[in-house]
Design a protein around this ligand. Sequence first.
Ligand code: BG6
Length: 479
Amino acid sequence: MGRFPDGFLWGGAISANQIEGAWDVDGKGVSVPDVCTAGSHKVDKRITPTLEPDTFYPSHEACDFYHRYREDIAMLAEMGFKALRLSIAWTRVFPTGEEAEPNELGLAFYDRVFDCCREHGIESIVTLSHYEMPYALASKYNGWAGRELIACFERFCACVFERYRGKVRYWLTLNEMNTGIGRGGAVLNLSTVRGYEGPINGLPDNPAERFQALHHMLVAAARVTALAHERYPEYRIGCMSSFALMYPYTCDPDDAVLVQQRMHVANWFCSDVQVRGYYPSYMRRHFAEKGIEVAMEPDDAETLARGTVDFVTFSYYMSVCLSAHPEKLETTGGNFAFGAKNPYLKTSDWGWQVDPVGLRWSLNAIWDRYQKPVMLVENGLGAYDTVEEDGSIHDPYRIEYLRQHIEQMAEAVADGVDLMGYTSWGPIDLVSASTGEFAKRYGFIYVDRHDDGTGTFERSRKDSFYWYQRVIETNGEDL
Ligand code: BG6
């Protein structure tokens, strides 16, 4: 064996609302991202319950994957992809979340996509819901804060599990569920914009409601995991968390304890429940100290215990430092974790600290804790790209970021981590979850689409395209 196991799932990850577009085509309903305006690094996205006539909504056309998926998947196959992580838009299947019958045109679209992947020998790894939900459910039940969402989600999942049998084997429940501890994250299942305890889109904040919403998500995820195990023994179900590594800023024991506590709640809580089947004991203290009471039904504990996952997946982009005395420190952060700047690390154009060695640490920590197969399903560098006059795009910064992270992945495999695969984020440029920008690009494939709504949607290959092709061809030997 080389540095990576045979059959390693090399590929990339995308999400429906960030790439598909066609937001009101073929019976699709309005989802929460469809009412989110564009923002930027400095300006928050806004949610507008009624669409404003002269406002740009990036998800409406996104990157037009809905109409271009064949071309896109063929290009991914040209890179040698073994796996594509993608999500199903809930609103294509159940436009308001509560229809008696699913929308056949929506279901048929994913038949075509999964079939196309199979024709190219690409395994589909499907996130059931990735930072979206029907807007109708958000407004009627206050999103996941309403217990009704559990039954709606279960019906949606039961429908797609049955429909795509034989086409999909790997399923992830809800994307980065743990970001739900931050404002807006759980109730509306949106990527948080300003992180833990921070403001998002002017939404009123209610920590008890957030954890109530998270509880409903955890119960819903457990119910569909158990359902898949009962009906479809060949299915493998994974949880998905955002792993933003935190370091103690100094060797002050108070810094270390702060990190332990913050990592418990932010990084471990959701996967602990999904892997072990019960609430971890540290949450009792967290709830007590924050005055949070989560309403649970009598059979929720049994549901959580029955619905444990088969493998663990996570995203990894960056790390931060935490200090018990942060007053005088320069701060930094990403979508989710915020803290003190690490003097040993550089940051991306969006201020995310780049920390490849932290990935090795994280992989080991996850494996040590759970002893379940692990998959890294998001990782990458959001950066500005320049198209040269001859159309070429040179992105050595992206290659360098990915090379360093894959090297550390190899170290983790050598450490003994059972790593199943790697799907880098956004192999095709797509809309940024946090800012709604197109300018923040992750792709090997450039999409001619811009923040002012212009562009032809044409695709072209960046230098990193050929680099990643070689990485896959050599199973990670030639970096
Ligand atoms: C993850 C999300 O948090 O980070 C993705 O699962 C998101 O949806 C990715 O796109 C990168 O974040 P951003 O804000 O740069 O798009």
